[in-house]
Write a protein that binds this ligand. Structure first.
Ligand code: KG4
Ligand code: ZN
Length: 347
């Protein structure tokens, strides 16, 4: 079957692989619905180093890629012969980590003669929303909040979006991870900050950074003000209330993100806002987005918490959309290579 023929195929079965960072994941999608989704996380391995060590990530992907594929096929009750095509994340991410998934899936595609679909990881994060809520239909505002990206986009169709603004420095996930480190909390910092913030009060003043455009963010200034606050107390020998610091940081970030997204919804007269990316698992950001949407008559959308962080179900879904609605540019050539960065809107 050619890539073009996949568009017309009934009950299309896609086997997708994700290995862009520290999760090796495989999922099977049939006719737009998930049959299985398996994630092997390396968090416990990288925790020891306080962050992801790229070389160690690559080596573990090599070990995990085959068992994860076998488990996903078994749980879905299918074999490789049932697959109509394969899909793989080819960027953005850690080059060595991506290469494992890309090489493996290129091999499967070559050996079976079935087409391979290349997937932009960030587009995959947005597609996770359709898994949770198939009634979500473009156009809408997408709020991308991951470890490597932070952006407000206008999702114009299933396969195209317009960049409206984003971070001028650190990604929001990076800021969570760095603030956690300052508070001596383990990696990954996001869930730790969320846990620490429970019961905390918003007592630490976090100044709102100056940005260029209405949908731009700056997280490095926020991070620095938290670091300065903590160091000043340390120098004075005073105790640090980690819960209060975590709560103050998390609330300030949630407000900034949601303000930009609701502003974009108003400007472009759109009623739906969809959250995407690992930081979207954060309960406070979800709460503030829900509250502000209610006030403005908007509808918030969220992937499940499991599909906010890296997984292959979202990669399979994005591949499905590219096959059904795309212009064919997601068809991977034999020369497909991994890419550390891809323009946010690009296939
Ligand atoms: O989207 P993701 O899984 O990977 C990238 O594509 O970058 O995002 C990872 C980021 C990490 O910075 C992690 O700390 C953050 O998502 N994260 C969270 C939460 N869970 C994961 N941040 C805030 N609250 C959470 N509950
Ligand atoms: Zn991700």
């Amino acid at each position: 079957m050619t890539f073009a023929e996949l568009k017309e195929k009934k009950d299309l079965v896609i086997v997708a692989m994700e290995s862009s960072c520290d999760e090796t994941a495989c999922a099977v999608l049939k006719d737009g619905k998930i049959l299985s989704s398996v994630i092997s996380s390396q968090i416990d391995i990288h925790k020891e180093y306080g962050g992801v060590v790229p070389e160690i990530a690559s080596r573990n992907h090599v070990i995990n890629v085959e068992p994860v594929l076998s488990e996903a096929l078994e749980k879905a009750g299918v074999t490789l012969a049932d697959a109509d095509c394969f899909a793989v994340t080819y960027g953005a991410g850690l080059l060595g980590a991506l290469l494992v998934g890309v090489s493996y899936m290129k091999g499967l595609s070559f050996a079976t003669g079935k087409p391979l679909v290349k997937v932009n990881h960030i587009r995959g994060h947005i597609a996770a929303n359709y898994l949770a809520d198939p009634t979500l239909i473009p156009p809408y505002i997408g709020l991308i909040v991951s470890g490597g990206h932070t952006a407000v986009v206008r999702v114009d169709s299933y396969t195209s979006f317009t960049y409206l603004g984003g971070t001028m420095d650190d990604a929001v996930g990076e800021a969570f991870d760095k603030v956690a480190r300052v508070l001596s909390l383990p990696y990954p910092g996001g869930p730790e900050i969320e846990r620490a913030a429970k019961g905390g009060q918003r007592t630490v003043y976090i100044p709102e950074p100056k940005t260029t455009g209405p949908y731009d963010f700056s997280f490095s200034g926020i991070k620095t003000s938290v670091i300065n606050y903590v160091h000043t107390l340390e120098q004075k020998g005073e105790a640090i209330n980690k819960s209060d610091v975590a709560m103050s940081f998390q609330s300030a970030v949630a407000e900034m993100l949601v303000k930009a997204a609701t502003r974009a919804a108003k400007e472009y007269d759109l009623k739906d806002i969809a959250l995407a990316g690992g930081v979207g698992a954060n309960g406070e950001i979800r709460r503030v987005l829900t509250e502000e949407c209610e006030k403005r008559g908007l509808r918030p959308h969220f992937p499940t918490k499991e599909t906010c962080t890296d997984n292959a179900a979202m990669i399979a879904m994005e591949a499905y959309l590219q096959i059904k609605y795309g212009d064919g540019s997601a068809s991977a050539e034999d020369t497909l290579d991994a890419k550390a960065s891809i323009p946010l809107g690009g296939v």
